[in-house]
Design a protein around this ligand. Structure first.
Ligand code: PLP
Length: 421
């Protein structure tokens, strides 16, 4: 069934460290052979052996309207005729910046980069430049990309799957990266008190999607906002996952909480490598060449990536009902899975938010990295492989959120629910 994938995996191990690039942890956390995908259309993936799967990864989030979305493909094809990169300003950069500022609350300015990692790194540098302070706080289990500064401390946990956190990085960086517990404001207050006046920013995934869609407890984000304002600390929402997915305006709109800086990735690129960071003009003008904080990128804002992102965002902006449709589909899947999993006698818990969902095989509340880690028990690999055999492609770990796309039909959702029996 997976013959060609197996052959490719054997060959890949010779040339690619780890054997595969993406999805990076597929085979590691669930075992078996990673499936090599040949093509994707809407919500259907086809692998190199000709097997078809209903896709719940959406390329780890970006493909919110499905793979090969016709308007995006058409726009890319037309743009590519004009050349791929100029290294000079384009009208498109202004268009996409204007659109993002219109869609997202509390921001006046946005700068485009090439990935979510780069967006988060840049936001941290801007926060350091703006506040003149050096330390920042991240939460255990929240993921902000593969930069050393984010991975350095134990506590990236879920996101590094027990892999060593970048050995050999300079101790100075390590000392600047502090960690607190998601959903536990007291743990944040403690770290702030121990580092009084030294903290530039707190960076958080408003929904801890890298622990498996762990929702903020009532009041947690409000308390965080209040603490940051009181202590003169910038609050950074890492919206790489939640941006343009939970709602048109992302987590700030969804939860009604203002962040000082936001970072984007995934959906913002329409399937191309794009990231962005944004904030008020007062903060953002610290960026060069107006301000002292240098930030640049050879291919940042390149026309092919920009046209893909711009076309997708325009579609979302013009059709906000898409977010409701997606949330309805996600709720439908949740309820259907509830029925079959309850009947099967499994201990499980499903977390859901907007178009994201995750299944933990536990019946206890999942609020932070420790409880997510405990819930991520041995039952998951079996569930993953059984679903795969039935043509359902799930994220290969219960730490990962399922990303639904609007190309999923109710028929596909029904097939998925039946497969989980
Ligand atoms: N921040 C969050 C919340 C993410 O989920 C991710 C990637 O999954 C990143 C940052 C890093 O983004 P990228 O993989 O585009 O570098």
């Amino acid at each position: 069934q997976y013959k060609r994938s197996s052959e490719l995996f054997d060959e890949a191990k010779k040339y690619i460290p780890g054997g595969v690039n993406s999805p990076v942890r597929a085979y590691k956390s669930v075992g078996g052979t990673p499936i090599f995908i040949e093509k994707a259309k809407g919500s259907i993936l086809t692998d190199v052996d000709g097997n078809e799967y209903i896709d719940y990864i959406s390329s780890w989030g970006p493909m919110i309207l499905g793979h090969a979305y016709p308007k995006v493909i058409k726009a890319i094809k037309e743009k590519v005729e004009d050349s791929t990169s100029f290294g000079a300003p384009t009208e498109l950069e202004v268009d996409i910046a204007k659109l993002i500022v219109n869609m997202v609350p509390n921001i006046d300015m946005v700068r485009m980069v090439n990935s979510g990692t780069e967006a988060c790194m840049s936001a941290i540098r801007v926060a350091r430049g703006y506040t003149g302070k050096n330390k920042f706080i991240k939460f255990e289990g929240c993921y902000h990309g593969h930069a050393d500064s984010f991975l350095i401390k134990a506590g990236s946990g879920a996101s590094t799957f027990g892999e060593p956190n970048s050995p050999g990085v300079t101790p100075g960086t390590a000392n600047d990266t502090l960690t607190a517990k998601y959903n536990d404001i007291e743990s944040v207050k403690e770290v702030v008190a121990e580092n009084k006046g030294e903290i530039a920013a707190i960076i958080v995934e408003a929904i801890a999607g890298n622990m498996g869609c762990v929702l903020p407890k009532k009041g947690f984000l409000e308390d965080l906002r209040e603490l940051c304002t009181k202590e003169g600390i910038l609050l950074i929402f890492d919206e790489v996952m939640s941006g343009f997915r939970l709602a048109k305006g992302g987590a700030q709109e969804y939860f009604g909480i203002k962040a000082d800086l936001v970072t984007f990735g995934k959906v913002i690129g329409g399937g191309m490598p794009v990231g962005a960071y944004a904030g008020s003009s007062e903060i953002m003008n610290i960026v060069s060449p107006v301000g002292p904080v240098y930030q640049a990128g050879t291919l940042s804002g390149n026309p092919i990536a920009m046209i893909a992102g711009y076309t997708l965002l325009k579609e979302l902006n013009a059709n906000p009902q898409l977010f409701t449709e997606l949330a309805d589909k996600t709720e439908y899947l949740h309820k259907g899975l509830d029925k079959v999993l309850q009947a099967s006698g499994f201990d499980y818990r499903i977390n859901r938010c907007g178009s994201m969902l995750s299944i933990f095989f536990t019946d206890t509340d999942v609020v932070d990295f420790d409880s997510a880690a405990t819930a991520n028990n041995a039952k998951f690999p079996k569930f993953f492989h059984e679903m795969l055999k039935r043509g359902i492609y799930l994220p290969p770990s219960s730490f990962e959120s399922y990303f639904l796309s609007n190309s999923l039909t109710y028929e596909m959702l029904d097939k998925t629910i039946q497969a989980a029996k």
